[in-house]
Design a protein around this ligand. Structure first.
Ligand code: ADP
Length: 503
C-alpha cells in the first residue's frame, strides 16, 4: 500500500476538489472529514496526498483523521443513533431512494473521479457507480420489509415473538478497488436497518467516498447518520473505535491479513463482524462448454477492473479437449484490449493502484515462468510513468506456482490443463480461500453438481459475474464471515430480539 503524507501540501479547512473537465457538472468534493453536522478539517492538521495511478502524480490531499477525530465521529454516530432507529422505515426508504437517484444523476463525473484516483478504465468506473447506486435502491425496497415472526412454542401456551432491531453504531472499513460500491454496499443496508455509521475508506481512494458522503447529505441523510474519516493511521483510529463500547458492529472488506487483526480488535467488546476478505477464484472450463460463452465469461471474470477484484478469476482450469482453443481465443481477446489511463475514453485496461501492486504481479509472474509457465501474452511491465501492467496470459502453469495459491489482483490469466474433472474439483478446492468460483459446461446437471461441491460462498455457472445487490455476496473459509447484499445483507445490521410472551 503506497501512502504519501506530505507536510508541504497542508491545505486550509473547508477545502474541496473539483473533478477536472467536469467543473460545470460536478460539485466540489469536500476533502475534509464528515463528522456530525458537516465537514471538519480534523484536529491534527495533517493531510494525506492522493495519487493518480496513471501518472504517479498528486491529485489533491484529504484531511488525515486522528484518534480524537475518530472518537468525534463515534460521538456523532451515537448521538444520531436513537433518532435514526426511530425514523419510520418508509421515511428511511424515501431517503435511500433519493440517494440512489442522486448517484445515478451524477454518474459521469463520479466515474471520472474513480478513474482518476483508482486508475480503472472509465467503462469499469461507470459500471461501478451504477452498481454502487443500486445498493441504495435495493435497500430502499428492503427497509420496509424487516419482518419478524411469531410462533407457538412447541410446548404450547407461550408465544415466540422475534423482531429484528438495528444492531447499533457500525464501523465500515472499505478497500480501494471499488471505492464507491464497497462503501454503498455497507452504508445502504446499515441505514435501511436503522443504524448510524462511521465509514473509514482506503487511504488510496478517499475522494469517491467523500463525494458519495456529500451526495448523501444533499439527499437528506440526517447529520451524524453517516460519518466519514480518512486516516493514515487506520490501525490506531479503528482500534480506538472498536474498543469503545458504543460501537456494536464492524463491517470490513479487505485483505484476510487485516481481517484477522480486526477480528482480534473486535473481540475485546465482542463486536458483531461481517468480513469480506481475500479470494483465489478458480474458473473451470469443461470440454462441453460453449467456447465463446466461456471466453466472454473469462474476460469479465478476469478483466473487470483489470483483475483488481476479490472475485477475479485467478486460476483457469481448462479440460484437455477444449484447452488449445480456449488459450488461443483468450490470448486474442486479451491482446486486443487497449491499456492506458483510466480517464482516456479508449482505455479498457487501466492502471494498477500503486507500485506495490506491480511488484506483486511481477513477482508472481516471474515465479510462474521460472517454474515452467509459457508466456503467451504480455508478462512484462512497460517502461514509463504510472502503474501499468499489460493484459497477460500464462499457459501450462505448473501446480507449484505461487500464483495458483495467491491472489494476483491484476490482469494476468494463469491457465492450467486438466483431464479428469475430479482433479479440477480437488485443485479448485485446495485453497484456504472460498469466495467465488466459476464453472462453464453445457451440461446443467453436471454444472449444478459441481456448484454444490465447490467450497465457495458463490459459484457462477455459465456466468462471468456474480455481483448483484440483490444476492448474498460472501465467502467461506478464510474469505470471510457473513453476507453483503440481498436480504442477508440487511440482517447483518440487525439483532434478532426474542420476546417470550404469554397472553
Ligand atoms: P489492501 O491490501 O487491498 O489494501 P487492506 O486489507 O490492507 O487491503 O486494506 C483494506 C482497508 O483496511 C483499508 O481501508 C485500510 O486502511 C484498512 N486497514 C488496514 N490496516 C488496518 C488496521 N490495522 N486496522 C483497521 N483498518 C485497517
Amino acid at each position: 500500500m503506497t501512502l504519501t503524507t506530505s507536510g508541504a501540501t497542508v491545505q486550509a479547512a473547508g477545502s474541496t476538489y473539483l473533478v477536472p473537465g467536469f467543473e460545470a457538472a460536478a460539485f466540489p468534493v469536500p476533502t475534509d472529514l464528515l463528522v456530525g453536522e458537516g465537514w471538519v478539517p480534523g484536529s491534527g492538521g495533517q493531510r494525506i496526498d492522493i495519487l493518480d495511478p496513471a501518472t504517479g502524480g498528486v491529485l489533491t490531499s484529504v484531511a488525515d483523521a486522528t484518534i480524537a477525530d475518530g472518537m468525534a465521529a463515534l460521538d456523532a454516530a451515537e448521538a444520531a443513533a436513537a433518532g435514526w432507529a426511530a425514523t419510520p422505515p418508509r421515511a428511511r426508504a424515501v431517503i435511500l431512494q433519493r440517494c440512489f437517484q442522486a448517484i445515478v444523476d451524477n454518474v459521469d463525473w463520479l466515474a471520472q473521479l474513480i478513474a482518476l484516483e483508482n486508475g480503472k478504465a472509465l467503462p469499469d468506473a461507470r459500471g461501478e457507480v451504477l452498481y454502487a447506486a443500486e445498493f441504495f435502491r435495493w435497500y430502499a425496497e428492503e427497509a420496509v420489509r424487516i419482518n419478524g415472526d411469531i410462533s407457538v412454542a412447541p410446548a404450547g401456551g407461550n408465544r415466540i415473538m422475534v423482531q429484528y432491531q438495528p444492531i447499533g453504531v457500525s464501523l465500515l472499513i472499505t478497500p480501494w478497488n471499488f471505492p464507491a460500491a464497497m462503501a454503498t454496499r455497507k452504508i445502504a443496508p446499515a441505514l435501511a436497518a436503522g443504524c448510524t455509521c462511521i465509514l473509514k475508506p482506503a487511504e488510496e481512494t478517499p475522494l469517491t467516498a467523500l463525494a458519495v458522503g456529500e451526495i448523501l447529505r444533499q439527499a437528506g441523510v440526517p447529520a451524524g447518520v453517516v460519518n466519514i474519516i480518512n486516516t493514515s493511521d487506520p490501525a490506531g483510529v479503528c482500534s480506538a473505535i472498536l474498543r469503545d463500547r458504543r460501537t456494536r458492529k464492524l463491517s470490513f472488506t479487505g485483505s484476510t491479513e487485516v481481517g484477522r487483526i480486526l477480528l482480534r480488535e473486535a473481540s475485546y467488546n465482542v463486536i458483531n463482524c461481517s468480513m469480506e476478505l481475500g479470494g483465489n477464484a478458480p474458473f473451470l472450463v469443461l470440454d462441453d462448454a460453449d467456447l465463446d460463452a466461456a471466453i466472454d465469461g473469462a474476460m469479465i471474470a478476469k478483466m473487470r477492473n483489470a483483475g483488481e477484484a476479490c472475485t477475479a478469476a485467478n486460476r483457469f482450469y481448462v479440460q484437455a479437449g477444449i484447452y488449445p482453443a480456449f488459450v488461443e481465443k483468450l490470448v486474442a481477446k486479451m491482446g486486443a484490449l487497449k491499456m492506458g489511463a483510466g480517464t482516456d475514453a479508449a482505455s479498457q485496461c487501466g492502471a494498477m493502484i500503486n507500485r506495490a501492486a506491480i511488484d506483486k504481479i511481477e513477482t508472481l509472474v516471474n515465479d510462474a515462468v521460472a517454474k515452467g509457465a509459457s508466456v503467451r501474452l504480455g508478462g512484462k511491465t512497460p517502461e514509463g510513468a504510472g502503474f501499468f501492467y499489460p493484459p497477460s496470459v500464462l499457459a501450462d502453469v505448473s501446480l507449484d506456482a505461487d500464483l495458483l495459491r495467491e491472489e494476483i489482483f491484476g490482469p494476468v490469466a494463469a491457465v492450467v490443463k486438466f483431464t479428469d474433472v475430479e482433479d479440477a474439483v480437488r485443485m479448485a478446492n485446495d485453497t484456504e480461500y472460498g469466495l467465488a468460483a466459476y464453472v462453464y459446461t453445457e451440461n446443467m446437471k453436471r454444472g449444478l453438481q459441481l456448484a454444490e461441491r465447490l467450497d465457495y460462498g458463490m459459484v457462477a455457472l455459465n456466468r462471468g459475474l456474480v455481483s448483484d445487490p440483490a444476492a448474498p455476496f460472501g465467502g467461506v473459509k478464510q474469505s470471510g464471515l457473513g453476507r453483503e447484499g440481498g436480504h442477508h445483507g440487511l440482517l447483518e445490521f440487525t439483532e434478532a430480539k426474542y420476546i417470550a410472551v404469554n397472553w
